[in-house]
Design a protein around this ligand. Structure first.
Ligand code: ADP
Length: 328
C-alpha cells in the first residue's frame, strides 16, 4: 500500500489555503487510499521568531482542526512531530548529506530570511536547515507520496535528492518520495494581494480566510477581495490574478472548473457572493466538528498519544538503519 506523509506548521491559524491546497484531499482521498500519516510539525514553528505558549496553543488547535477536517484516527495516523524523537535524530544524519549551497537556493528560505531581516530580527540557523528536517519527516516513514500545495514542492524535491544521494553513498535505506498536488487550488492567493499566497504565517490580514473565521467575517473578506477594474468574468491567471483566485476557490469548493464557472457569471459581484457562500458552506461542518472536539480534550489527547506511538514504531527501524548505514 502506498505510504503518504504530510503536515501543517503551527505558525499561525490554519487558512483556507491550507484546507483547499492540502487538508481536504488528505481527508477525502489519502486516508482512504493509502497508509497515511498526518503531522503537526511543531519543530518547524521554531524556525522563526516565536512565542512558546502560542506555538503550544496553535499545535493543539492544528491537531484539532486536522481531526475536524475529517481525518479519522481509525484510518490514518495523526500526531505531533515533537512527540516522536526520530525526526530530529534523522535530520542530523541528513544534514551530513545535504550541502550549504542547496539549502541557500531554497526559495522559501530566501523569502523568509528576507522577511526576518526586514523586521530587524536575525535569521535562525534552523530556518536554513528547515528543508532537511522536512526531508527527515518524509524519509523516516518511507513515504512514497507527499500531497502538498505548490509552495512545498521544492522541499519535496530536496527530500528526493537527499534520499537518492544517501542511498547511493551508503546503501539502499530510503524510499524516494514524490510530491502530489491537488487538481485545483494548489496555490490559493491572498485576497488582498493576489501576487502572494494565502499564508498563515503572514501578518493577520483581511486577505486571509482562516478556517475558524465566523461566516460573516468570511463573507466580508471575500466581498472585499481585490479584483481589477474590468467587467467581464474571465479566467486568466496572468492578466486577472485576483479574479482567477476567486474562480479557483469557487471551483475547489463546488467541484466545477474555473474555466466553466467564468462563463456563468455576469458580474464580479455575483461571483464574489457565490464564492463567499461556497466557502462558508465548506467551512461549516469543519467548524461544527471543531467545536465538538474542543469540548472533549481527552479524546484529542488520546488520538495524539496513540498516533505518536504508532508513528514512532514506523520511523524507528528506518532511522536506526540510516544510523548504521552512515557509520554509527
Ligand atoms: P503555511 O504556508 O500556511 O505555513 P504549511 O507549511 O503549514 O503552510 O503547509 C501546510 C500545507 O498547506 C502544505 O501542503 C502547503 O503546501 C499547503 N498550503 C499552504 N498555503 C497554501 C496556499 N495558499 N494554497 C495552497 N496550498 C497551501
Amino acid at each position: 500500500m502506498t505510504r503518504v506523509f504530510s503536515g501543517v506548521k503551527p505558525t499561525g491559524h490554519l487558512t483556507l489555503g491550507n484546507y483547499l491546497g492540502a487538508m481536504r484531499r488528505w481527508a477525502a482521498v489519502d486516508q482512504h487510499e493509502a497508509d497515511a500519516l498526518f503531522c503537526v510539525v511543531d519543530l518547524h514553528a521554531l524556525t522563526v521568531d516565536h512565542d512558546p505558549a502560542r506555538v503550544r496553543r496553535l499545535s493543539r488547535q492544528a491537531a484539532t482542526l486536522l481531526l475536524a477536517s475529517g481525518l479519522d484516527p481509525e484510518l490514518c495516523t495523526v500526531f505531533v512531530q515533537s512527540h516522536v524523537d526520530e525526526h530530529a535524530r534523522l535530520s542530523y544524519v541528513l544534514e551530513c548529506v545535504a550541502t550549504d549551497g542547496e539549502m541557500r537556493r531554497m526559495i522559501q528560505y530566501k523569502e523568509k530570511a528576507a522577511r526576518e531581516q526586514r523586521r530587524g530580527g536575525s535569521v535562525r540557523l534552523s530556518l536554513l536547515t528547515y528543508p532537511v528536517l522536512m526531508a527527515a519527516d518524509i524519509l523516516a516513514y518511507g513515504a512514497d507520496e507527499v500531497p502538498v500545495g505548490d509552495d512545498q514542492r521544492q522541499h519535496v524535491e530536496l527530500a528526493r535528492d537527499l534520499a537518492v544521494r544517501f542511498n547511493q553513498r551508503y546503501g539502499h535505506t530510503f524510499v524516494v518520495p514524490r510530491a502530489t498536488r491537488p487538481g485545483v487550488a494548489a496555490r490559493v492567493m491572498n485576497l488582498q494581494d493576489p501576487a502572494s499566497k494565502m499564508g498563515k504565517s503572514d501578518d493577520v490580514g483581511p486577505g486571509i480566510v482562516y478556517l475558524l473565521d465566523e461566516p460573516d467575517v468570511v463573507r466580508k473578506k471575500v466581498m472585499r477581495a481585490v479584483t481589477d477594474s474590468g467587467r467581464e468574468v474571465v479566467y486568466d491567471r496572468e492578466a486577472r490574478p485576483g479574479l482567477a483566485n476567486l474562480l479557483e476557490i469557487l471551483a475547489a469548493c463546488t467541484g466545477g472548473s474555473p474555466e466553466e464557472l467564468s462563463g456563468a457569471y455576469p458580474s464580479y459581484g455575483a461571483l464574489k457572493k457565490d464564492t463567499a457562500e461556497a466557502v462558508v458552506e465548506v467551512l461549516r461542518p469543519l467548524q461544527e466538528r471543531h467545536k465538538e472536539l474542543c469540548a472533549d480534550p481527552g479524546y484529542v489527547d488520546g488520538v495524539l498519544r496513540d498516533g505518536a506511538e504508532r508513528a514512532r514504531g514506523m520511523a524507528r527501524p528506518t532511522v536506526d538503519a540510516a544510523y548504521r548505514a552512515i557509520g554509527l
